[in-house]
Structure formats: structure tokens, C-alpha cells
Design a protein around this ligand. Structure first.
Ligand code: ATP
Length: 235
């Protein structure tokens, strides 16, 4: 579904992504793990067009997208949940969800999808009339993911969903990412510093170091790799 070939991108004089190649097939959960500043968020933002691709190719369903604007990429079914959530704090939970469905006209299915995200995250149903800004960090993460789901993405880009959350909430969020993938066949590209949790639910993974892919393999093989264990799993 998604293919990156020798992609480079960055900010001003800084080349943050230095020739990355990776592939994601439909229905997979792929994780990109790496240390602080390795280039994980930049990779995601380059796919979604927020950061410009300076060299290389990004193909979605065999169509090159690296020169498209973000809105054109979103219209092709790629939806990003950014690091730090970025929900609309002054809109209610329900209004935030409506914003996620902004490009859709199928009112009946929108209603069904709202029921679906409320079934995934019952706490959001309870808080549907509450302003987004009054939610806890975990609930805001749930809302950000739900808002993205309201766009019915074929590819969901998740940037550090576990950041700043308590272990119990992290566990819940990761279980639901797996559920979203299994129930809807949504392809998921998950960027995480929490390598252990990410590899527990992913099919395959890539390790990024200084803007380059240093290792790739099945999630199981990465979990058992001694270098990964030492650098990212604290074993
Ligand atoms: P983190 O887990 O801390 O978010 P990351 O792996 O996602 O790390 P990036 O945020 O992609 O890493 O950063 C890659 C490099 O690009 C780093 O050297 C970082 O300092 C730099 N960088 C990121 N955002 C900007 C920016 N807006 N302007 C300039 N440099 C940036």
C-alpha cells in the first residue's frame, strides 16, 4: 500500500530523514522505533506532506504522492494522529468527532462510525458534551484517534500515542490500536519510543537511527534481537 524509496526530508539545513526505504502492506501494523530525535516524527510528517519530501519517492497504492499537498494526501485516505494529540480544546468531544468527518457526506454512516468509536472508547460517550480541553491526557489521545477514525482512513499514522500516559492507559490504547486493525483491516503505521509495547502489537518493525533505517524484521525477531533489547527494551 505504501512504499518509501530513498526518502530524504528535513528542516532548513538539517537533514532529519536521510534516505529511508520501507514498505507497508494493506492490513499490516508496522512500527517505526528509535531514540529521541532519530527522525520518527519527520518520517510520518513527510508521508502526510506536512514536511516536504526533498528526494526519493513515496507511493500510495502505486501512485506517487510525494509532491501532493497534505489535503490531497488526506483525501486519499491517509490520516495522521500527531504527537501531542492536537484536539480542538474548545470544542466538545462530539464536535471534535464531527470535525474528523468533515470531508464526508454520508450522514448515516457517520452516525454509525460515531457509535463505533464510542464502543471502542466508552469514556468518550460519557463525556460527549464535555470540552476536549477538559479531558485527561489519555482521554485526549482516545479522542484524537477517534477523530482520525471518523475520516475512515485506509492508512492511519500514529505518532507516539503512548507519550506522557500512565502504564494502564498505554496498555488500553495499544489494545485498541490492535482492535482497530483487526476489525476494520485499517493499515497502521505506528511511531513509538515505547518499543516494547509497539512490538507487542505490530506485525513488522523498522528501527531508525540518525535518520536511517538500521534494522528491520518481524516484530518477534526484533523483540528477540539483542541489539534492540539493549538499546530500546531496557533488557
Ligand atoms: P522524538 O521522539 O523526540 O519526537 P523523533 O525520532 O520523532 O524524536 P524528529 O522529531 O523527527 O525525531 O526529529 C529529527 C531531527 O530533526 C532532530 O534532530 C530534531 O532536532 C530535528 N527537528 C525536528 N523538528 C524540527 C523543526 N521543526 N525544526 C528544526 N529541526 C527539527
Amino acid at each position: 500500500m505504501l512504499k518509501l524509496e530513498n526518502v530524504q526530508s528535513g528542516y532548513g539545513n538539517i537533514l532529519a530523514v536521510r534516505g529511508i526505504s520501507l514498505e507497508i502492506s494493506e492490513g499490516e501494523i508496522i512500527t517505526l522505533i528509535g531514540a529521541n530525535g532519530a527522525g520518527k516524527s519527520t518520517t510520518l510528517m513527510t508521508i502526510s506532506g506536512v514536511v516536504r519530501c526533498r528526494a526519493g519517492k513515496i507511493s500510495l497504492n502505486d501512485e506517487e504522492i510525494q509532491d501532493l499537498d497534505t489535503d490531497a494526501i488526506v483525501k486519499r485516505g491517509v490520516c495522521q494522529v500527531p504527537e501531542g494529540r492536537h484536539i480542538f480544546p474548545q470544542l466538545t468531544v462530539r464536535e471534535n468527532l464531527d470535525m474528523g468527518a468533515f470531508l464526508r457526506k454520508d450522514t448515516k454512516q457517520i452516525k454509525q462510525d460515531i457509535d463505533y468509536v464510542f464502543s471502542l472508547f466508552p469514556i468518550l460517550a460519557e463525556r460527549r458534551n464535555q470540552d476536549g480541553g477538559t479531558l485527561s491526557g489519555g482521554e485526549q489521545q482516545m479522542l484524537a484517534m477517534s477523530r482520525a477514525l471518523m475520516a475512515r482512513p485506509q492508512l492511519l499514522l500514529l505518532d507516539e500515542p503512548s507519550m506522557g500516559l500512565a502504564p494502564l492507559i498505554i496498555k488500553q490504547i495499544f489494545e485498541i490500536i490492535k482492535k482497530i486493525n483487526e476489525e476494520n483491516n485499517t493499515t497502521i503505521f505506528l511511531v513509538e519510543q515505547n518499543a516494547n509495547q509497539a512490538l507487542q502489537i505490530a506485525h513488522r518493525g523498522y528501527v531508525i537511527e540518525n535518520g536511517k533505517i538500521s534494522l528491520t524484521g518481524s516484530a518477534q525477531s526484533l523483540l528477540q534481537n539483542t541489539a534492540v533489547q539493549k538499546a530500546y527494551l531496557g533488557i
